[in-house]
Design a protein around this ligand. Sequence first.
Ligand SMILES: [Fe+2]
Ligand SMILES: [Fe+2]
Length: 372
Amino acid sequence: MCAQGTLCDIKKALQPELNSFPLDLLFNAMDIGVILLDEQGKICYLNKTVGHMLERDTQHLLDKHFTEIFSTFFSVSAEEYRKTSPMFEVMAHNVEKIGVERYSDLTKRCYLTNYHPVMLNNLKYYLITFTDITKRKKLEEEIIKMGQELDAAFALTLPNSKVEYKLKNTPEYVDTYNPDQGEITITEIIQDGGYRHVVNALKIAGDLHREGAMSILGIDKDLLVQTLIFHDIGKSQPDLAVGQRVIAAEVFEDSKLHAGRSAEIAQHIYQKPPDMCTLIRYHHHAEDELPASFPRYLLPMLRMVKLIDGLSAALTRRKAQIKLTVHKELIIVEEKNHHPAYNNKRSLNLFTGQVKYCHNSPDGNKKYRSRA
Ligand SMILES: [Fe+2]
Ligand SMILES: [Fe+2]
């Protein structure tokens, strides 16, 4: 039966072809709570899900003012509810409010709520929806806790608080490239970007370790971990603001300079071994730019450091998704990235340095081809 005729109004106004469809059946089958308030805020329709959420019989809630029902559900008093409920702003300013998280002390559950003013047959109503997101919130909290535990574990691997301070105070910038002007626009500042970058690099190294990459000749796990921690320690970033448009080459230092500086710091302040300092010094050099004195036996390690460095930047700055597999001396990377240049599947041969890209051949089979 329709409360005050409003459910019938919805049927007629919104979807005449569904006039014969029992919408109650549909609303009651959903796990989203649906409430319709009249202009004064009285409940004129609610589905059974709301009844389950409130642990009340829906029939007893009809015609009640929403404050009578929800003030004790979401707040300890009517006064506090008046201060915190988005509903009053929605009614006062005729605006919708989407995605408001509300916690109920009564049920100890969290709800995602939406508030929409709607006009039906020249009468104003308010449509409210509730979704119980308690499970999702618990998962989110667990993920945050795991991240904090990982951070704490990572902090133990750092040599001292100065290294931690430097990494946590080196920002990284997220940007978009405007090809017409040759500029980038800063869209986000990751204040502890240096720290995030190293943590992500170590996570990738962990994935590669699990795949068996540390068993490849020429790859040394301990040397790799220490190289990743120190590789950008000498980086100096400009101070930029969100929305700022700059020409990257003018404001960011040539990467080879911070690589050289990081190597000096690793060698002279932290007495790191020569191989590690060499890897750090050349982590932004292309292979054909390496000096003749570069030890060839370090090439597989350099290739791996550069691969991890690039993938960590994709995780840190471009929210990429990465899948890694290892086959003999081949590292196979599947990268899902907003940046089309990196959105691909490719393999890197750590012994030869050859990179092959996977493409879908006309016969439907995936094949690798060398980069031109
Ligand atoms: Fe670097
Ligand atoms: Fe880096």
